[in-house]
Design a protein around this ligand. Sequence first.
Ligand code: MCN
Ligand code: FES
Ligand code: FES
Length: 916
Amino acid sequence: MEIAKKMEKIWVVNGIEHKLIVDPDAFLSEVLREQMHLVGTKVGCAKGQCGACSVILDGKVVRACITKARRIEDYANITTIEGLGTPQNLHPLQVAWVANGAAQCGFCSPGFIMSAKGLLDQNPKPTREEVRDWFQKHKNVCRCTGYIPLVDSVMDAAKVLRGEMTLDINHNFPADGNIFNSRAPRPSGVAKVTGQWAFGDDQKLQLPADTLHLAIVEARVSHANIKGIDVSEALKVEGVHSVITAKDIKGKNRITGLITFPTNKGDGWDRPILCDEKVFQYGDAIALVAATSEKIAREAAELVKVDLEVLPAYMNAPAAMAEDAIEIHPGTPNTYYKQGLVKGDDPEPFFNSADCVVAEGSYYTQRQPHLPIEPDVGFAMYDEDGILRIYSKSIGLYLHLYMIAPGLGVEPDKIALIQLPTGGTFGYKFSPTMEALVGAATMATGRPCHLHYNYAQQQYYTGKRSPFWTTGKVAADKKTGKIKGTQHEWIVDHGPYSEFGDLLTLRGAQYFMAGYGIPNMRAVGHCVCTNHGWGSAFRGYGSPEIMFPSEVLLDELALKGGWDPLELRYVNCYRPGDTTPTGQVPDSFMYPEMIDILRPKYKEALANAKRHSSDTLKKGVGVAFGIYGAGLDGPDSAGADVELNADGTITIFNTWQDHGQGSDLGTLCFAHEALRPLGIPASKLKIVLNDTSKCPNSGPAGGSRSNVLVGNAIINGCKQLVEAMRKPDGTFRTYDEMVKDGLKTKYNGTWTQPANDCDPDTGQGNPFANYMYGLFMAEVTVDTTTGKTQVDKMTLVEDIGTLTNRQTVDGQNWGGLAQGVGLALTEDFEDIKKHSSLAGAGVPYIKDIPDVMELIYVDSPREHGPFGGSGVGEVPLCGPHPAIINAIANATGGAFVRHLPAYPEKVLAAIKELGK
Ligand code: MCN
Ligand code: FES
Ligand code: FES
């Protein structure tokens, strides 16, 4: 018999003495969360890299996930977020976090707030730089906010604590109560900053005692045939309930990839729920162990033996396209979708014309990892009506329902999907991840089943940004700089699963040279199946991948033609009479005005760069456009219900899924504005979001579509209700009068965007009703001895129509720009081992992100936007990386890094190349 030795500890937790029996090797985070149920302390990386678990131990900020219980002395004082403030009595740091919109998804918030408390206890009057140094030292990472509002909040809280200012959470709430187009804070703020917003792993501890915990039996190779699975040893482990394999799945055991175009050579049914015949990528789920705890399930999963015939693994597109490569999905060629672009005349004559300057180059954008701080999580259970309810971080609840139901073998009306409070997705949850796994486990066991990925699994078994390999050519009139024609070819490495691969490939036609009125364009793109991580949506979805070659190529053209890069853009940008690459009339023509706004700042930045460069520290300035359509292609639509309640309140129902961008606040803003005739205060509006059994289909929260699509649907529903309530004399019926007059009290609002699909051969069409436009400027310092680049400042001039909420939009932009810095310089998921942690994959810490990111919005209400608004979520990530690469080239006299990320060695190589 093995004796499980424990230890007695007496700790003072949040001011109260607790006698605890602990496992000496347990981490403080485990004791706090699992034994004391203090789930305000979040665990992200569990490796000491993200600071989500920061608490104060005897006056020092520590990361609880790497602090062993045995090392903590008796009578140690431990303060967690629960001991800092309560919803009724918030600490000034928590107040500032809410008032400044610093909690987006909120997963990092408790850790940051505890870390900041540790700083202010020591230094009541820190400078901004000292705050940044502190968060850097304590490894606090935020993936949503770009860090600026977090530093603002610490500075504000410090002033409050010093008695120099007062602040309450409604500091930014408009005096007239009209929240649309204001800086009102989001309703979920208080729950987030007190650690009470219960994420999926927090909810695990609240599930009934008969819940089973799952672990995945993972593929540890990238391509193989499965010859047999032996689960006998795993089943012998005490606490193991069952091991689920493909044989236990009732349906077709496939998740459909939803083919968009008939020209796709695959059928979309290529992703197994549990691998049956083949392994297609590292980390693939081969079986699930269900046990009484996650620990037991994980240990037993290691005992499952899988007999594999290992096959050659094609880890990038060129390898999978080689002539001797076998088909990854037998029967479907590895290159399975082709997209063309044919606009105007053949541009070839311009490439050979003496009147034109021609530039060309080959570029690569990497497999960027999303790096949310919260790893993937979810669970399933049967309710009393026999409905299989699946809870996850899904940002496409209805979409995923239809993608997984046939594979599981369950009728769509017998399954419901519900979104959990979500700690960021940045698009990876546009793909189903574990929904079908927890669903299959509950169907096989009849019990609630919970699954929690560790951070390595988050990295290798959720989708990534698909790498693009692009070659492009552009010809411009020698005298005027006017672009005459372009040609490009792009190859998409989409990993083994086809989902949305054809749609992603189309983006390569829609956004190459978007923003410029170019008459003649030719291009072809291919989508390729490989054995590296599967491709899923990532903020910008195709645009950052293709605008990188496009916007860097433009700077290469400027250098060759002797033009200033900003002025070359001014000459060519959209003006009335121009059309987009797909032949559509743009919905806004603000670029000339945006360039006029930026020009003086650009000139000043160039002058500064010249003035402050030294022999080895070279400063440079780069600009770029970034554009994205706010919607899914074609006649995309959304629904939202609006109901008048007996007590006079009004409830809005929709599935505007919340990554952290703030669908709660967005819903309230639109509803309040549309219901203004009723004079109802925002406090009388209720929201019911993100449960397919209660809310209509609002479509996925991807393509920055929700502000436009769901916003318009909410307005439509509210207008229907207002009209029904209106009496002939202009006053409004009460609930009782509506019932008496036989009128409905619940209305379904809908909206469909006026758009049509692009053609797979020519790429021509009017795919979106609303676009978002950005003009980016990066100021950088390049150390020419090490190749290291520091981004000193970002400026973004943006045209996104009317703002629904200024604080939300600022937060979206700072966060997106920060991810652009990572895309340009540090982030990748290429080496499966090295890149399977947050730090290993190059997540930007606070000192990697500039503290100055200036945002300027132009006034340009949209015809088809809700109260004039377009989207915002993705546009800030469409152009920062080419602006940074162009700035590096500007600093170094033309060293263009064409292969991302621009690691120091690549910058040095590009500088060396210049000398040749
Ligand atoms: N908004 C606004 N005014 C506008 C446009 C938008 O105030 N003119 C607000 C909206 O009300 C919403 C937010 O900005 O609260 C984003 O709106 P929108 O651009 O319509 O995008 P969605 O709501 O559809 O959200 C999805 C989008 C995408 S596609 C990704 S990826 C993304 C993102 O938003 N991932 C995010 N933002 C994120 N933010 C956080 N914190 N975490 C993520 O994972
Ligand atoms: Fe502890 Fe990341 S540092 S969870
Ligand atoms: Fe910081 Fe989402 S708010 S990670």
